[in-house]
Design a binder for this molecule. Structure first.
Ligand SMILES: NC(=O)c1ccc[n+]([C@@H]2O[C@H](COP(=O)([O-])OP(=O)(O)OC[C@H]3O[C@@H](n4cnc5c(N)ncnc54)[C@H](OP(=O)(O)O)[C@@H]3O)[C@@H](O)[C@H]2O)c1
Length: 301
C-alpha cells in the first residue's frame, strides 16, 4: 500500500517500531515482515531528544509505531515504587517522540491503554461502554494515571494516532498474554472487560497508520467478556482438565499494590472506521473462540 503523508506526498511506507525488544513490538515486526513491508526497530530511550532526532534522521521512517512504555515488572505494581522512571517513559518520552515525529512530518501511532476507566453508575457492568470522549475516571494505579494524563496532550498533535488496548491476548502462551496471566494466578476475579485480541487488532493498527488516520480509538474487540468466560472457553477448546478459583475484588485488593481497572469500552468509532477499509473485527467471545482454536491447531495445550 502506498501511504499518503500529511504533506500530501505519496511513498512506500517505511515503519520504525519504538520499544523494539517489547512484546507487542515483536508481534508488530513479524506482522509487517509477513506483509512484505519495510520495517526497522529501535530501543533508543524515548526521552532522549538528541538520540530520537538522530534515529529519525538516520532511518527516515514514514511511520513510527510507538510500542514502548513503562509497564512494570512483574506487573504495574512496580510503577507505584518507581514513579520517576515511569513518568520519564510514559509522559516525557511518549510526548518527546510524538513531538519529534511532528517536527519531522512523520505519522506516529502510540499503543496506549484503555485501562483509564472503571465501571460506575452511568457505565455499569453490562451497560454502555466508555467512548473516546468520556473523561478517564480511573486513577487507581500510577501507571494508568501517567497514561490518562498524557493522552489528551498527545491527541492534540495532528500526526498522532492513539490506540487504547486492554488486556491484550496473543495466539501463544507468552507470559504477557492476558490469558497466560489468568492461568497463572492462584485465584481470579470474575468481571467482564473489553479485551484486545492481537490477531484481529494488530493488522488494523497498520491499516489505520498507513491511511494516515489520527485521533483516539478504543482498540479492543467489540463487547466485554468475564474472566470465567475466558477460562471456560480455554477449558472447552484447549485444556479440558483446567480448573480455577475465584475471589472477590475486595480479596484481590489485599494482594496487589495498585488497583486494577475493570471496564467496557465502546468500539463504535473503531468499527465504523475499519468498515471504510472493509475490515471487520469479531465480537470478543467469537474472537476468543477463534484464538483458542488457532492455539489448539498448533498443539498448545
Ligand atoms: N501488555 C499489556 O497488558 C498492555 C495493555 C495495554 C497497553 N499496553 C501498552 O502497549 C505498549 C507495549 O506494551 P508491551 O506489553 O509490549 O510492553 P513490554 O513488553 O514491557 O515492552 C515495552 C518496551 O518498551 C521499552 N521501553 C520502556 N520505556 C522506554 C523508554 N523510555 N524508551 C524506549 N523504550 C522504552 C521497554 O524496554 P526496557 O525493558 O528496556 O525498559 C520494553 O522493551 C506499552 O506502552 C503498554 O503500556 C500494554
Amino acid at each position: 500500500m502506498v501511504s499518503k503523508l500529511s504533506n500530501g506526498h505519496r511513498q512506500q511506507p517505511r515503519f520504525l517500531i519504538w520499544g523494539g525488544n517489547g512484546w507487542i513490538a515483536g508481534q508488530l515486526k513479524r506482522l509487517l515482515q509477513e506483509q512484505g513491508k519495510e520495517v526497522h526497530t529501535t530501543t533508543i530511550r524515548m526521552e532522549n531528544r538528541e538520540a530520537v532526532l538522530s534515529e529519525l534522521l538516520l532511518t527516515k521512517p514514514t511511520h513510527v509505531l510507538n510500542a514502548a512504555g513503562c509497564t512494570g515488572r512483574p506487573n504495574v505494581d512496580w510503577c507505584e515504587d518507581n514513579k520517576g522512571q515511569t513518568v520519564r517513559s510514559n509522559v516525557i518520552g511518549t510526548l518527546n517522540l510524538a513531538d519529534a515525529c511532528y517536527q519531522a512530518n512523520i505519522h506516529c501511532t502510540t499503543f496506549a491503554t484503555g485501562c483509564i476507566y472503571q465501571y460506575d453508575k452511568t457505565h455499569p457492568v453490562g451497560g454502555r461502554g466508555y467512548t473516546e470522549e468520556d473523561r478517564p475516571n480511573f486513577e487507581g494505579s500510577f501507571y494508568s494515571l501517567t497514561k490518562s494524563h498524557v493522552e489528551p496532550v498527545l491527541s492534540s498533535y495532528p500526526n498522532c494516532l492513539i490506540l487504547r488496548l486492554r488486556m491484550p491476548v496473543s495466539d501463544d502462551l507468552h507470559p504477557r498474554n492476558f490469558v497466560t496471566k489468568l492461568l497463572n494466578y492462584e485465584r481470579v476475579v470474575n468481571i467482564p472487560n473489553s479485551n484486545t485480541i492481537l490477531h484481529d487488532l494488530l493488522p488494523a493498527s497498520i491499516m489505520l497508520a498507513e491511511h494516515g488516520e489520527t485521533g483516539v480509538y478504543n482498540f479492543t474487540n467489540p463487547g466485554a467478556i468475564s474472566h470465567n468466560e475466558v477460562l471456560t472457553l480455554f477449558k472447552d477448546i484447549v485444556r479440558p482438565e483446567l480448573s480455577w478459583q475465584n475471589f472477590t475484588l475486595e480479596e484481590q485488593a489485599k494482594v496487589i499494590k495498585a488497583d486494577r481497572s475493570n471496564c467496557s469500552l465502546d468500539t463504535s468509532k473503531l468499527v465504523a472506521k475499519l468498515k471504510e477499509y472493509q475490515y471487520e473485527i469479531p465480537e470478543v467471545h467469537e474472537a476468543y473462540e477463534k484464538c483458542f482454536e488457532r492455539m489448539k491447531a498448533v498443539g498448545i495445550e
